[in-house]
Design a protein around this ligand. Structure first.
Ligand code: RUB
Length: 318
């Protein structure tokens, strides 16, 4: 697959979910590096930089995407020779993909410990990290039942319901607005995250914050399963997470909209759940309260103040 094809698939959501997007971007950088034949190091850096920009521009909210690109690209600045620069970049891309897959696995194991035999778990959207916890608990022989939301407008809940059903887990498939109605039957909510800010707020699929609010009201635990690269380093220096707003076509056709001249369709893809409504964040490095987001950024992502400046350029002319 070419870099442009990967970018297109991320943009159209054929590749979706923060972890998958990050791995697809790392793979695309790896493959692009193997495909191009630049004459010198500077040309290589410039071409890779263009590729990085294309990937990062595809979806604005999931911070896993720029974090992955940054991990692969940033050390390029220190390179002095073309062949080793290429080799090192390709190795970093592969190692990110491996570490990402291992992280999702670890989260499943850690998260399963928070699920008890007989629990009813509610999940929203389609998060491989959140589902990993549920599937692991089931694999360990726990008798669990799940409430899975539909996830309007893109119906990611259908994928979740399919995965749960394939695993043989009893699942109740509900419309998003039924979450509060059923909360009294739920023991635990688990979702994923697209980004986690320095104050522990969790950005995830639209509707997550309403579910967290309903869980808070009903005194039901609300857990977030997220790899450490979902934490957003630059929120430390005041950068805000941009909430993607997608085309109104996902909600109402153009034909319908033409008949409703006073109606504007709004389609935010994600929302922000305040740290107050989150009990724990389950990462591959352990379980943390959301208040520890700063520490995770500093210690797990190893971001220091020098890294807080803009990513670009990854290469500089002598
Ligand atoms: C996906 C979504 C998921 C997170 C975490 O949104 O909100 O909950 O990305 O997923 P979209 P994962 O479908 O718009 O990409 O745990 O798989 O990274």
């Amino acid at each position: 697959m070419t870099l442009e094809e990967t970018a297109e698939k991320i943009q159209t959501m054929e590749i979706r979910g923060a972890g998958r997007i990050a791995r697809a971007a790392a793979q695309a950088l790896h493959d692009h590096s193997q495909t191009i034949h630049p004459a010198d190091l500077l040309t290589y850096c410039q071409e890779m930089e263009k590729a990085a920009e294309i990937l990062v521009a595809t979806r604005p909210t999931a911070v896993s995407l720029p974090n992955a690109v940054n991990l692969v690209m940033k050390p390029l600045k220190k390179e002095s020779e073309l062949q080793s620069a290429k080799k090192n970049l390709e190795e970093r891309a592969c190692s990110f993909i491996t570490r990402s897959e291992e992280a999702v696995n670890k989260i499943g194991k850690i998260g399963a410990k928070h699920i008890r035999d007989g629990d009813v778990v509610l999940t929203h959207c389609n998060s491989e990290a959140a589902l990993g916890c549920i599937l692991k608990a089931h694999e360990q022989g726990m008798n669990i039942e799940v409430y899975a939301t539909e996830v309007r407008p893109r119906n990611q809940g259908h994928i979740t319901a399919r995965t749960l059903s394939d695993a043989g887990i009893r699942t109740n498939f509900i419309v998003d607005s039924a979450a509060r109605h059923f909360m009294k039957e739920v023991d635990l909510c688990i979702t994923g995250a697209d980004a986690i800010t320095v104050n522990g707020s969790v950005i995830n699929k639209i509707g997550t914050s309403q579910i967290a609010l309903a869980a808070h009201e009903a005194r039901v635990s609300f857990l977030v399963a997220a790899e450490t690269y979902k934490f957003a380093p630059r929120t430390i220096v005041g950068e805000r997470i941009l909430i993607e707003e997608r085309t109104p076509d996902e909600i109402l056709s153009e034909e319908m909209r033409k008949k409703l001249p006073y109606v504007t369709v709004r389609n935010p893809t994600f929302d922000i759940t305040p740290a107050d409504y989150v009990d724990y964040i389950i990462t591959e490095a352990g379980v943390f309260p959301p208040e520890m987001a700063y520490t995770i950024i500093k210690e797990q992502l190893h971001w220091d103040n020098d890294d807080m400046s803009s990513d670009l350029p990854y290469c500089e002319e002598e």
